[in-house]
Write a protein that binds this ligand. Sequence first.
Ligand SMILES: O=C(CO)COP(=O)(O)O
Length: 248
Amino acid sequence: MAPRKLAAGNWKMNGNLAALDQIDELRAACPAPACDVLICPPAVLLHPMAARAGDMIAVGGQDCHANAAGAHTGDIAAAQLKDAGATYVILGHSERRADHGETDAQVAAKAAAAHAVGLIAIICVGETEAERDAGSTLDVIGTQLAGSIPAGADAANTVIAYEPVWAIGTGRTPTLDQIAEVHDFMRDRLTGHMAGAGDCSLLYGGSVKPGNAAEIFAIANVDGALVGGASLKAADFAGIVTALDAAN
Ligand SMILES: O=C(CO)COP(=O)(O)O
């Protein structure tokens, strides 16, 4: 097995029922992608999106609770995501770490809950600009990986996304060498943290667009992308899917 190539879109808190037309456009633009294609919409759109997406496009949640059920107003259990048609869930996104104070331990507990119901967890890590400027990027990533990946994680049930916080929604991206350095480091660190670490998909996220996707996908140990803004328009996301299909 080699790492699965994955083009993942994170709609964040964007979109409505009318936006599901994007799914039809994406299917028309990419009728038979070789890579896996995933969209993670707001939870209220999961079920109708799954119904529209068919087999070609997977759908996923953007968060889940660590508990299986219970008195947690406003939260969503992993099993409920699955029931709505999700096969993936994004966990530990920097916006959740910042907005909701999520810790590495909480992310690991959520990932364990996702694994328990058969969801693939996309665990996000990434440094802030201050941390990069201080030269502590690899320390930060190493700590997040060590704390956020639960026991039982393996290449089949876990994807890691490197998303530098300062590159998200800013139009700025790290240099290709900086991306390569972090991805090589992550591949190395995963060995010992999870079974089949060499086969775990490692995504880059942060201002990925059709225009820069090909050069990012050419980097060793980059197996796909986690895309925010450019996933909202089918034509842009299709360009990224096409670039991933063309990458070695
Ligand atoms: O946060 C991201 C995906 O999870 C990246 O967002 P942008 O692609 O909009 O920079």
